[in-house]
Ligand binder design. Structure first.
Ligand code: S3P
Length: 194
């Protein structure tokens, strides 16, 4: 069977999406923000980064929220901000790595959006997270051990996302095409009419 062009798949995904958000989930370093930004551009919809919105709402960077108020406080703010953002219609919403672990957030994403897990191999995640030093969970002696533990804990939950796309060490544009192809092939659009 001839493969549809990426332009056709893009148009198809945009049309099927209707007024819903595409929500990107996955571990730190999976490429949610960089792929998400380009995906939104290609689909002609807004890009929103949940972490940035949390920082704007709190008036301080995430590392300071963790340091001053602790993780539980951050998670509560994260839950509230994502609930608000989900109501904003068609957009690509990149979430922080822990957001999808919250039961309520996950249920809302399922009810109101289409979720995509960007699943990257550990060496690629480590290469990417090494470039930034402001992620509070990784300010430890052994960030790789933390990431391994997060993989064990979170992967079974991330697997509940509607669509999984293997994140590879390729140009972001290629990843965007992979996400669009996967969404065009997704068989859940009808079941979850917009
Ligand atoms: C976190 C991931 C971060 C940020 C916070 C906690 C996590 O977002 O929300 O540092 O629990 O995995 P990114 O996944 O965008 O790095």
């Amino acid at each position: 069977m001839a493969r549809r062009s990426i332009a056709k798949d893009t148009a198809l995904v945009r049309q099927r999406l209707g007024n819903r958000p595409i929500v990107l989930v996955g571990l730190m370093g999976a490429g949610k923000t960089s792929v998400g930004r380009r995906l939104a551009e290609k689909l002609g919809i807004a890009f929103v980064d949940a972490d940035q919105e949390i920082e704007a709402a709190a008036g301080q960077p995430i590392k300071d929220i963790f340091a001053e108020h602790g993780e539980a406080y951050f998670r509560e703010g994260e839950r509230r901000v994502i609930q608000r953002l989900l109501g904003n219609g068609a957009q690509v919403l990149a979430t922080g790595g822990g957001a999808y672990m919250n039961d309520e957030t996950r249920a809302r994403i399922r009810a109101e959006g289409v979720s995509v897990w960007l699943k990257a191999p550990l060496p690629l995640l480590m290469k990417r997270v090494a470039k930034r030093h402001d992620r509070p969970l990784l300010q430890t002696e052994d960030p790789e051990a933390v990431m391994r533990a997060l993989i064990d804990k979170r992967y079974p939950i991330y697997a509940e996302a509607d669509v999984t796309v293997e994140s590879r060490d390729v140009q972001h544009g290629q990843m965007v095409n992979d996400v669009i192809r996967a969404l065009a092939l997704w068989d859940g659009w009808e079941r979850r009419a917009s």
